[in-house]
Design a protein around this ligand. Structure first.
Ligand SMILES: [Mg+2]
Length: 272
């Protein structure tokens, strides 16, 4: 799908009718930032639109599973969404927080290596991040470097590229998002693993996933694999496509919307 134009309402109605017809067997999974909530200058100012909260609550009542799959800590996205009954996968799948859980369940595949990225960051020259306005965020096993709103975003990104190369040489895995670099232990769940883990938690054979960023492409691909393997009888990927989206989002989605309001329009229809 070319990214120039969004899917028409008639097309997505058609694509999504099979899910709305079998809500009990359907999982509705969504990224948070840039998908449910508009992107804001500072990640800590993000908020779920009030109208979305009521729609999510209605979806929880009607569908087999409603899940938020985010790069944020699972507990953080749960606090931001604040709707009972949602399933959460946080830290791009390194944490699961299911309804009733008090503490997130960490991905066992990074056990013993949770501190590697923090140690790498602590060893960087003092002031190197500050000098270009990069803000570090401690997400436990993942350390995130943000430069949205830096005085010179291009200069900040250039420093982030150097740091990514150094992280790789140090045996860590750099992953890129929208004006963010994340450094994490090699291996472990991505949003692909998160989707599998969430679907395994319910008796579901249909899934819709919406996202706007690189890590969501992993989830898109896993939905496709599960569909091909016959584990899902239907799967639809909704891309929230903006000027910042990586091209794979538009290329690998079945339907596209221009912004979180477009995705909310679809969710609202699914909830009716
Ligand atoms: Mg996002």
């Amino acid at each position: 799908m070319a990214g120039e134009s969004q899917t028409t309402r008639a097309t997505w109605l058609d694509l999504l009718e099979p899910f709305r017809a079998e809500p009990g067997r359907t999982a509705i999974l969504t990224d948070f930032d840039g998908t449910l909530a508009p992107i804001v200058e500072r990640a800590d100012e993000a908020a779920l639109p009030e109208q979305a909260r009521g729609v999510l609550a209605a979806l929880v009542d009607r569908y087999g599973m409603v899940g938020a799959v985010s790069g944020r800590r699972a507990a953080e996205v749960r606090a931001l969404v604040a709707v009972d009954g949602l399933h959460y996968a946080g830290n791009h799948g390194l944490e699961l927080l299911l309804p009733g859980d008090e503490e997130p369940r960490p991905d066992p595949s990074v056990a013993g290596r949770e501190h590697y990225a923090a140690e790498f960051l602590a060893a960087l020259a003092p002031g190197r991040l500050d000098a270009v306005g990069i803000r570090a965020e401690d997400k436990g096993p993942i350390q995130a470097l943000h430069w949205r709103g830096a005085g010179d975003e291009a200069a900040a990104e250039a420093v982030a590229r150097e740091i990514a190369a150094e992280a790789e040489r140090a045996g860590l895995e750099p992953r890129w998002g929208r004006k963010v670099l994340e450094v994490r232990p090699v291996g472990g769940g991505g949003k692909d693993a998160a989707v599998s883990a969430l679907l395994a938690a319910g008796d579901l054979d249909r899934a819709v996933y919406a996202g706007d960023d690189r890590t969501d492409v992993d989830a898109f691909r896993r939905l496709g694999e599960l569909h091909e393997a016959g584990e899902l009888v239907a799967a639809v990927r909704v891309g929230v496509v903006s000027a910042e989206s990586p091209p794979e989002i538009a290329a690998e989605s079945d339907a596209t919307v221009a912004d979180p309001a477009g995705w909310l329009e679809i969710l609202t229809w699914l909830a009716e």
